[in-house]
Ligand binder design. Sequence first.
Ligand SMILES: C[S@@+](CC[C@H](N)C(=O)[O-])C[C@H]1O[C@@H](n2cnc3c(N)ncnc32)[C@H](O)[C@@H]1O
Length: 218
Amino acid sequence: MFSNLRQSMSAWIIKKIQRYGPHRVSVLGKTYEISENVFNPRFYYTSILMAKNIKVLSDEVVLDMGTGSGIQAITAGQTASKVIAVDINPEAVRFAKRNIIANRLENRISVIQCDLFSSLDSGHKFNVILFTPPYLEGVVKSSFDHALFDPNKELVYRFFRDAKDYIKPGGYVQMLYSSVAGPERILEIPQQFGWRHSLMAKEKTFTEEFLIYKFILV
Ligand SMILES: C[S@@+](CC[C@H](N)C(=O)[O-])C[C@H]1O[C@@H](n2cnc3c(N)ncnc32)[C@H](O)[C@@H]1O
Protein backbone atom coordinates (compact mmCIF):
# COMPACT_ATOMS: atom_id res chain seq x y z
CA MET A 1 0.00 0.00 0.00
CA PHE A 2 2.72 2.47 1.12
CA SER A 3 4.93 1.21 -1.68
CA ASN A 4 2.17 1.73 -4.29
CA LEU A 5 1.58 5.29 -3.09
CA ARG A 6 5.28 6.00 -3.21
CA GLN A 7 5.54 4.60 -6.73
CA SER A 8 2.55 6.66 -7.97
CA MET A 9 4.13 9.78 -6.48
CA SER A 10 7.45 9.00 -8.17
CA ALA A 11 5.70 8.60 -11.56
CA TRP A 12 3.84 11.89 -11.06
CA ILE A 13 7.03 13.80 -10.18
CA ILE A 14 8.96 12.27 -13.08
CA LYS A 15 6.27 13.28 -15.58
CA LYS A 16 6.36 16.88 -14.28
CA ILE A 17 10.16 16.96 -14.64
CA GLN A 18 9.90 15.51 -18.13
CA ARG A 19 7.46 18.23 -19.11
CA TYR A 20 8.90 21.31 -17.43
CA GLY A 21 12.58 20.43 -16.94
CA PRO A 22 15.27 21.41 -19.46
CA HIS A 23 15.46 19.35 -22.65
CA ARG A 24 19.15 19.95 -23.19
CA VAL A 25 21.25 18.62 -20.30
CA SER A 26 24.85 17.81 -19.42
CA VAL A 27 25.86 14.58 -17.75
CA LEU A 28 29.44 13.52 -17.00
CA GLY A 29 30.83 16.02 -19.50
CA LYS A 30 28.49 15.18 -22.39
CA THR A 31 25.43 17.04 -23.64
CA TYR A 32 22.15 15.24 -24.37
CA GLU A 33 19.09 16.54 -26.14
CA ILE A 34 15.80 14.96 -25.20
CA SER A 35 12.08 15.66 -25.47
CA GLU A 36 9.27 15.38 -22.96
CA ASN A 37 8.84 11.76 -24.09
CA VAL A 38 12.46 10.65 -23.70
CA PHE A 39 13.88 9.71 -20.26
CA ASN A 40 15.90 12.65 -18.96
CA PRO A 41 19.40 11.36 -18.10
CA ARG A 42 20.21 14.34 -15.86
CA PHE A 43 17.36 14.25 -13.38
CA TYR A 44 17.14 10.62 -12.35
CA TYR A 45 20.16 9.29 -10.58
CA THR A 46 19.75 5.89 -12.27
CA SER A 47 21.20 7.11 -15.59
CA ILE A 48 24.23 8.77 -13.98
CA LEU A 49 24.98 5.89 -11.60
CA MET A 50 24.78 3.33 -14.40
CA ALA A 51 27.02 5.41 -16.67
CA LYS A 52 29.61 5.83 -13.89
CA ASN A 53 29.81 2.06 -13.49
CA ILE A 54 30.31 1.07 -17.15
CA LYS A 55 33.71 -0.53 -17.61
CA VAL A 56 33.90 -1.85 -21.11
CA LEU A 57 37.06 -3.06 -22.85
CA SER A 58 38.20 -1.99 -26.31
CA ASP A 59 37.52 -5.36 -27.96
CA GLU A 60 34.03 -5.76 -26.47
CA VAL A 61 30.69 -5.62 -28.28
CA VAL A 62 27.91 -4.05 -26.20
CA LEU A 63 24.11 -4.01 -26.30
CA ASP A 64 22.40 -1.06 -24.61
CA MET A 65 18.84 -2.26 -24.01
CA GLY A 66 16.33 0.59 -23.50
CA THR A 67 18.73 3.32 -24.56
CA GLY A 68 16.48 6.39 -24.01
CA SER A 69 18.69 9.43 -24.69
CA GLY A 70 21.55 7.08 -25.62
CA ILE A 71 23.56 7.89 -22.49
CA GLN A 72 24.73 4.34 -21.74
CA ALA A 73 25.46 3.53 -25.39
CA ILE A 74 27.49 6.74 -25.69
CA THR A 75 29.38 6.02 -22.47
CA ALA A 76 30.16 2.45 -23.57
CA GLY A 77 30.96 3.69 -27.09
CA GLN A 78 33.96 5.66 -25.80
CA THR A 79 35.83 2.37 -25.45
CA ALA A 80 33.82 -0.56 -26.91
CA SER A 81 34.54 -1.77 -30.41
CA LYS A 82 30.83 -1.72 -31.32
CA VAL A 83 27.54 -0.85 -29.60
CA ILE A 84 23.96 -1.61 -30.58
CA ALA A 85 21.32 0.47 -28.79
CA VAL A 86 17.67 -0.56 -28.70
CA ASP A 87 14.50 1.22 -27.61
CA ILE A 88 10.80 0.53 -28.07
CA ASN A 89 9.98 4.26 -28.08
CA PRO A 90 10.51 5.74 -31.59
CA GLU A 91 11.11 9.19 -30.13
CA ALA A 92 13.89 7.83 -27.90
CA VAL A 93 15.47 6.23 -30.97
CA ARG A 94 15.39 9.57 -32.82
CA PHE A 95 17.01 11.46 -29.94
CA ALA A 96 19.56 8.72 -29.23
CA LYS A 97 20.67 8.88 -32.89
CA ARG A 98 20.94 12.65 -32.69
CA ASN A 99 23.03 12.48 -29.47
CA ILE A 100 25.27 9.79 -30.94
CA ILE A 101 25.97 11.94 -34.00
CA ALA A 102 26.60 15.00 -31.80
CA ASN A 103 29.22 12.92 -29.97
CA ARG A 104 30.71 11.67 -33.28
CA LEU A 105 30.14 8.03 -32.40
CA GLU A 106 27.87 7.09 -35.32
CA ASN A 107 30.54 4.79 -36.78
CA ARG A 108 30.59 2.73 -33.61
CA ILE A 109 26.97 2.83 -32.37
CA SER A 110 23.82 1.83 -34.22
CA VAL A 111 20.28 2.28 -32.91
CA ILE A 112 17.31 -0.01 -33.52
CA GLN A 113 13.66 0.54 -32.64
CA CYS A 114 12.12 -2.70 -31.38
CA ASP A 115 10.68 -4.55 -28.41
CA LEU A 116 13.64 -6.05 -26.51
CA PHE A 117 15.53 -8.51 -28.76
CA SER A 118 12.77 -8.90 -31.37
CA SER A 119 14.64 -7.27 -34.29
CA LEU A 120 18.10 -8.53 -33.41
CA ASP A 121 19.63 -11.23 -35.51
CA SER A 122 20.11 -14.34 -33.34
CA GLY A 123 23.68 -14.48 -34.66
CA HIS A 124 24.39 -11.28 -32.75
CA LYS A 125 26.25 -11.99 -29.51
CA PHE A 126 27.42 -9.43 -26.96
CA ASN A 127 30.14 -9.32 -24.30
CA VAL A 128 28.10 -6.87 -22.24
CA ILE A 129 24.37 -6.13 -22.14
CA LEU A 130 23.42 -2.95 -20.27
CA PHE A 131 19.88 -2.50 -18.98
CA THR A 132 18.26 0.16 -16.78
CA PRO A 133 14.70 -1.14 -16.92
CA PRO A 134 11.54 0.66 -15.88
CA TYR A 135 10.60 -0.58 -12.44
CA LEU A 136 7.43 1.12 -11.24
CA GLU A 137 4.05 -0.63 -11.11
CA GLY A 138 1.61 1.03 -13.48
CA VAL A 139 -0.10 0.78 -16.82
CA VAL A 140 1.72 1.76 -20.02
CA LYS A 141 -0.56 4.24 -21.80
CA SER A 142 1.93 6.43 -23.68
CA SER A 143 5.30 5.96 -25.35
CA PHE A 144 7.01 7.63 -22.38
CA ASP A 145 5.34 5.23 -19.94
CA HIS A 146 7.66 2.51 -21.27
CA ALA A 147 10.43 4.31 -19.38
CA LEU A 148 8.56 4.06 -16.07
CA PHE A 149 6.33 1.02 -15.78
CA ASP A 150 6.94 -2.69 -15.80
CA PRO A 151 3.70 -4.23 -14.51
CA ASN A 152 4.35 -7.54 -12.71
CA LYS A 153 7.98 -7.37 -13.85
CA GLU A 154 6.92 -8.88 -17.17
CA LEU A 155 9.57 -6.93 -19.11
CA VAL A 156 12.39 -8.10 -16.85
CA TYR A 157 11.07 -11.65 -17.14
CA ARG A 158 11.11 -11.54 -20.97
CA PHE A 159 14.51 -9.83 -20.93
CA PHE A 160 16.26 -12.56 -18.91
CA ARG A 161 14.44 -15.34 -20.72
CA ASP A 162 15.76 -14.10 -24.08
CA ALA A 163 19.10 -12.47 -23.14
CA LYS A 164 20.79 -15.86 -22.80
CA ASP A 165 20.62 -16.29 -26.58
CA TYR A 166 22.51 -13.03 -27.13
CA ILE A 167 25.35 -13.22 -24.62
CA LYS A 168 28.84 -14.40 -25.57
CA PRO A 169 30.49 -17.06 -23.41
CA GLY A 170 31.98 -15.21 -20.43
CA GLY A 171 29.78 -12.17 -21.09
CA TYR A 172 27.54 -10.43 -18.58
CA VAL A 173 24.40 -8.38 -18.07
CA GLN A 174 24.77 -5.16 -16.07
CA MET A 175 21.40 -4.07 -14.69
CA LEU A 176 20.32 -1.32 -12.31
CA TYR A 177 17.37 -1.76 -9.95
CA SER A 178 15.79 0.18 -7.11
CA SER A 179 14.97 -0.66 -3.50
CA VAL A 180 11.44 0.72 -4.01
CA ALA A 181 10.60 -1.99 -6.54
CA GLY A 182 11.35 -5.25 -4.73
CA PRO A 183 14.95 -5.98 -5.76
CA GLU A 184 14.81 -9.40 -4.04
CA ARG A 185 11.97 -10.46 -6.37
CA ILE A 186 13.93 -9.26 -9.35
CA LEU A 187 16.74 -11.65 -8.50
CA GLU A 188 14.44 -14.68 -8.58
CA ILE A 189 13.54 -14.07 -12.24
CA PRO A 190 17.04 -14.37 -13.75
CA GLN A 191 17.79 -17.30 -11.44
CA GLN A 192 14.99 -19.30 -13.14
CA PHE A 193 16.79 -18.92 -16.46
CA GLY A 194 20.23 -19.90 -15.13
CA TRP A 195 21.70 -16.46 -14.38
CA ARG A 196 23.80 -15.93 -11.24
CA HIS A 197 24.14 -12.44 -9.77
CA SER A 198 26.72 -10.40 -7.89
CA LEU A 199 26.49 -6.83 -6.67
CA MET A 200 28.63 -4.36 -8.65
CA ALA A 201 27.63 -1.15 -6.88
CA LYS A 202 25.00 0.35 -4.63
CA GLU A 203 24.18 3.88 -3.66
CA LYS A 204 21.59 5.38 -1.37
CA THR A 205 19.82 8.63 -2.14
CA PHE A 206 17.34 10.26 0.21
CA THR A 207 14.41 8.52 -1.53
CA GLU A 208 15.74 5.04 -2.35
CA GLU A 209 18.73 2.76 -2.74
CA PHE A 210 19.99 1.88 -6.21
CA LEU A 211 21.69 -1.44 -6.86
CA ILE A 212 23.72 -2.43 -9.90
CA TYR A 213 23.91 -6.16 -10.46
CA LYS A 214 26.11 -8.23 -12.72
CA PHE A 215 24.53 -11.41 -14.08
CA ILE A 216 26.44 -14.26 -15.67
CA LEU A 217 25.16 -17.55 -17.04
CA VAL A 218 26.04 -20.65 -15.03
C1 LIG B 1 14.42 3.89 -17.24
S1 LIG B 1 14.61 4.26 -18.96
C2 LIG B 1 16.39 4.22 -19.11
C3 LIG B 1 16.92 5.01 -20.28
C4 LIG B 1 18.46 5.05 -20.41
N1 LIG B 1 19.01 3.72 -20.54
C5 LIG B 1 19.08 5.75 -19.24
O1 LIG B 1 19.87 5.12 -18.49
O2 LIG B 1 18.82 6.95 -19.08
C6 LIG B 1 14.12 2.72 -19.71
C7 LIG B 1 14.13 2.72 -21.23
O3 LIG B 1 13.73 1.40 -21.68
C8 LIG B 1 12.89 1.54 -22.81
N2 LIG B 1 12.06 0.32 -22.93
C9 LIG B 1 11.00 -0.04 -22.17
N3 LIG B 1 10.46 -1.18 -22.62
C10 LIG B 1 11.22 -1.59 -23.67
C11 LIG B 1 11.15 -2.70 -24.55
N4 LIG B 1 10.19 -3.62 -24.43
N5 LIG B 1 12.08 -2.81 -25.53
C12 LIG B 1 13.04 -1.84 -25.67
N6 LIG B 1 13.14 -0.76 -24.88
C13 LIG B 1 12.25 -0.63 -23.89
C14 LIG B 1 12.08 2.80 -22.51
O4 LIG B 1 11.46 3.34 -23.65
C15 LIG B 1 13.15 3.69 -21.88
O5 LIG B 1 13.80 4.50 -22.84
